[in-house]
Design a protein around this ligand. Structure first.
Ligand SMILES: [Cu+2]
Length: 153
């Protein structure tokens, strides 16, 4: 039988367990690189700031504008850039993670319609605690070379 003490400890634990709000995770410079119309893959970048005292784990991302979104890291090995899929994005308490060209980024697969610079695209993040939040990403023309265009996926 559950003791009164256990009952209250359980209650307190549930009560303080983090419920993520938009205030806990701030997003800055959220943008999607405009890709040529024939491209089936493009990348999204942002700075993710965790204002909470708990770590945040982004377990998946989805958008009505794309069939699939993956998290990737970029590594330089023997002078060649390559990307690895990673299961989650981990943002330490009070820390930040930059999704940037030639660093960690989101890979957007198979746009459901052509996407032009200036458009705003919803990307929904799901977190390890089961909650989710939608962020707006602005489509921009990139001035730098897109390394994704000359790489095999
Ligand atoms: Cu990638």
């Amino acid at each position: 039988m559950l003791s009164i003490k256990t009952f209250f400890l359980t209650f307190i634990f549930l009560f303080i367990s983090p419920l993520l709000t938009a205030d806990d995770l701030a997003i800055e410079d959220a943008w999607i690189r405009e890709a040529p119309p024939v491209s089936r893959v493009q990348a999204a970048y942002a700075t993710l700031k965790n204002n909470d005292k708990n770590d945040i784990e982004v377990t998946s991302a989805a958008s009505p504008a794309f069939k699939k979104i993956e998290f990737h890291t970029t590594t330089l090995k023997n002078g060649l850039m390559s990307m690895q899929q990673q299961p989650t994005i981990h943002i330490a308490a009070k820390g930040e993670v930059k999704l940037e060209p030639e660093g960690m980024h989101m890979m957007l697969f198979d746009p459901t319609k052509p996407i032009r610079a200036g458009e705003k695209i919803n990307i929904n993040f799901t977190f390890s605690n089961g909650t989710s939040t939608t962020f707006l990403f602005t489509v921009k023309k990139a001035t730098t070379i897109n390394h994704h265009q000359h790489m095999h996926h």
